[in-house]
Design a protein. Structure first.
Length: 352
């Protein structure tokens, strides 16, 4: 155990965790640095309290697909451990106020009881198996240094984090990777800077009574919104809301609308997205005695478009790797596959 050189992984989203898992299983000591208070990255859930009680809403990836056989196998394991479930919403396509049944797409999976659950499970599995993995939360990497065959990581909160690492993996969105890479690898920085990522404004809507809509998810082709769903109707959400009858809805703005409003304040965005929802679904506030509560969240880097196709990038002499959804196609599956592929390639160098 831990016979291989130590590796630093920046980012505890699906790519970073998948990469860390394989590295640790092979015998590397792995330190994961994550700037947030918990792992999971964009597979994110807002949990909060208001006057009506506790509520939660998946405001990052609402669900994901699994097609690659290796990822399907992993997701089946998650299912066996009760941290994901299949989600088959009553889905429609909204054209104006007309709702037509949506074409059946790929089967979707959701984390249970929230989208952060698979990442929490991966972290727990890493801990339980006695792998030499340390997860540093609230550790924002600000600066990287590459000495002779060694990497040093400097965090805003803890300062320099040692010991020094033989390899370093960046598993963060492309623009954030580009900024960190600029001083240490101009080539990798340029590669990351060439990947475009689209923003997404998301509104989380809470109601005290069920909305009178006979569908759970809708694709929208025109206007500010591109997708809305009844978040509280996903599997395993019962008992997660404060009151009986309370519902949570999630409203995604289109990439174009989000870009046009990227610097707007969250309150005005929340109002505008609610208005757009009411234009499609009919006036909601009038029919609800407790009114509506809405909160907006801005993702500057929600989804990559278009993605690079190499799955990962690895510089063997420097021991530097890049992975994430932007290397392997948008989405949770792409992120997981990218992290695994990079780990395999890095191990070929580290075990030599
Ligand atoms: C609104 C929205 C809708 C989406 N819809 C879908 C969907 O329907 N289906 C689907 O499959 N996917 C969807 N996605 C995309 C999916 O969430 C991502 O593709 C996937 O989670 C990316 O994983 P990742 O590990 O590559 O990156 P991330 O999840 O972004 O993980 C990167 C991690 O790095 C951390 N980090 C960044 N910089 C630093 C730093 N300097 N120091 C330390 N830590 C740092 C971040 O905090 C984050 O935790 C959606 C995303 C959003 C936001």
């Amino acid at each position: 155990m831990n016979s291989l050189p130590p590796v630093a992984v920046i980012g505890a989203g699906m790519a970073g965790l998948a990469c860390a898992q394989l590295l640790a299983e092979a015998g590397c000591r792995v330190d994961i640095f994550e700037k947030s208070r918990g792992p999971s990255g964009r597979m994110s859930t807002r949990r909060a309290q208001d006057l009506q009680g506790a509520w939660q809403c998946d405001h990052g990836a609402p669900s994901f697909a699994a097609q690659d056989p290796e990822f399907v196998q992993e997701v089946r394991q998650w299912e066996q451990h009760g941290v994901v479930a299949a989600w088959r919403p009553r889905a429609v396509c909204l054209q104006g106020t007309d709702a037509v049944p949506a074409e059946a797409g790929l089967d979707r999976w959701v984390g249970v009881p929230r989208m952060t659950s698979p990442a929490a499970f991966l972290v727990q599995r890493l801990g339980q198996q006695g792998h030499g993995v340390r997860l540093h939360l609230q550790a924002t990497v600000q600066h990287l240094q590459h000495g002779p065959a060694r990497w040093t990581v400097h965090c805003a909160e803890q300062g320099q984090m040692g010991p020094e690492y033989c390899a370093l993996v960046l598993a963060v969105p492309a623009p954030q990777a580009a900024a960190l890479l600029e001083p240490v690898s101009p080539y990798a920085a340029a590669l990351a800077a060439s990947a475009r990522m689209q923003p997404c404004w998301v509104a989380m809507l809470r109601t005290d009574a069920p909305l009178p809509l006979d569908w759970d998810a809708a694709e929208i082709t025109d206007g500010p919104l591109c997708w809305v769903a009844r978040d509280s109707a996903k599997p395993g959400r019962q008992g997660q809301q404060g009151q009986q009858g309370q519902q949570t809805w999630v409203l995604h703005a289109s990439a174009r609308w989000s870009q046009d409003h990227i610097e707007s304040d969250a309150e005005s965005v929340a109002r505008q997205l609610l208005q757009a929802f009411e234009a499609l679904a009919g006036s909601l506030s009038d029919s609800l005695p407790g009114g509506l509560r809405v909160t907006a969240h801005r993702w500057r880097y929600a989804l990559p478009a278009p993605h690079l196709v190499n799955r990962y990038w690895w510089d063997a002499p420097a021991g530097l790797g890049l992975c994430g959804d932007w290397m392997c196609g948008a989405g949770v599956e792409g992120a997981w596959l990218s992290g695994r592929a990079l780990a395999r390639r890095a191990l070929a160098t580290l075990t030599r």
